[in-house]
Ligand binder design. Structure first.
Ligand SMILES: [Zn+2]
Length: 64
């Protein structure tokens, strides 16, 4: 079974679960706050640069 990464919208923590493909994120309870507010995080490492949308300010990371 694959691992899935989730982000809890209730407490803001992220966690990884070993789940079946048929498991649904809306049925996944957060291990920290036990709320079913987890959203599945999709890895987006591959679709990064499309050309036109190039950052002009240098390091745009952070700020949080
Ligand atoms: Zn939570």
């Amino acid at each position: 079974m694959p691992f899935y990464e989730y982000l809890c919208e209730s407490c803001g923590k992220d966690f990884v679960l070993l789940q079946s493909i048929s498991d649904k994120p809306e049925n996944t309870a957060c291990p920290y706050c036990d709320q079913k507010k987890a959203k599945k995080i999709v890895s987006q490492f591959s679709s990064y640069g499309s050309g036109a949308a190039c950052s002009t300010g240098g390091s745009a990371w952070g700020g949080g």
